[in-house]
Design a protein around this ligand. Sequence first.
Ligand code: PLP
Length: 379
Amino acid sequence: MIYLDHNATTPIAPEVREAMLPYLTDEWGNASSSYRFGSKLKGVIETARANVAELIGAHSRDLIFTGCATESNNAAIHAALKANSKKRHIVTSSVEHSSVLNYCMALEKENYRVTYLPVDHDGLLKIADLESAISDDTAVVSLMWANNETGVLFPVDDIARVCKERGVLFHCDAVQAVGKVPVNVSKLPVDYLSITGHKFSAPKGVGALYVRRKAPFTPYLHGGHQERGRRGGTENVAHIVGMGKAAELAIKKLPNFEITVAPLRGALEKGILENVSGTELNGHPQKRLANTSNITFKGIESEALLLLLDQEGICASSGSACLADSEEPSHVIKAMKPNTGASRQMIRFSLGQDITAKQIATVVTSVKSATINLGIKYV
Ligand code: PLP
């Protein structure tokens, strides 16, 4: 198998699995119990919290463990709205992940007004659009750091500055940024920031939400006193430990991330764009993550090409894995290139640090033969 879908999920690192094992076997206590068999697990959770906090430059106290980034995103927007109950306006973008977009659409049915900021042909956001969208009625701005489909980076520093100047809470979905670019909330005036473990070698089903010390917070999940009363539910110790270990590894690997994956991504793009007819890059060539490549194959349905690649053992995708079973074209590419067929004729390749140059060469060859099988003529 050649796995080029790291933006969908990543393999669990062996060190992460090792770290988790005791908590899936002998150490199965409840961290909230008063006897030591359970309560000693509190320390284990706090070590993991410190590691995850370090990954994003936060204080441990400001980090809440959640079940996933979908929950973190919903919880952040919910908290901001609860804190500003008279304000009925939300600003987001048309290219957010479904965990933000679909929550915003649900809120529109509850009489909230949502501005979905446009992006340009390269997937970039204009700060002037954000500035003119914010009004006295705006409760929260929710914008992502890096796009999951194209890797395009939003200008988070400028977004945070504008939100601060205008006195509006800022939530950032940093799921795809963490582990790929430096994320440091001590330098970025963001109020809420969401991350998830499974995008950086932890298991699926554990996420975190950073909440700035003075930012308002009302729990999204009401329940017990876990997470200092901010997120009810018995702690998923094994997964939290896994996320902590993965954060430790991500901190070590980050300095080499771009150096390792950028040349391979470059080789993949060069190979495809120069050798396969009717191809075009989607997303700004520079202002994007080093591991992500989104390419249009004119005249070819994404799903047909993915099927042929799958038969060769190559895993890639046509957008977000969360929407892979829907018939809808990519909303991200549609927002960037509205009057073209690109949103139905594209593939996202997302690399990890373990990909080899040989694998990339195989992928280029397989992509070319798949396009021949699908009727593309070469002279
Ligand atoms: N936000 C972005 C940008 C994502 O790519 C994803 C995952 O695909 C999520 C949020 C949701 O994360 P989770 O699977 O942990 O709910």
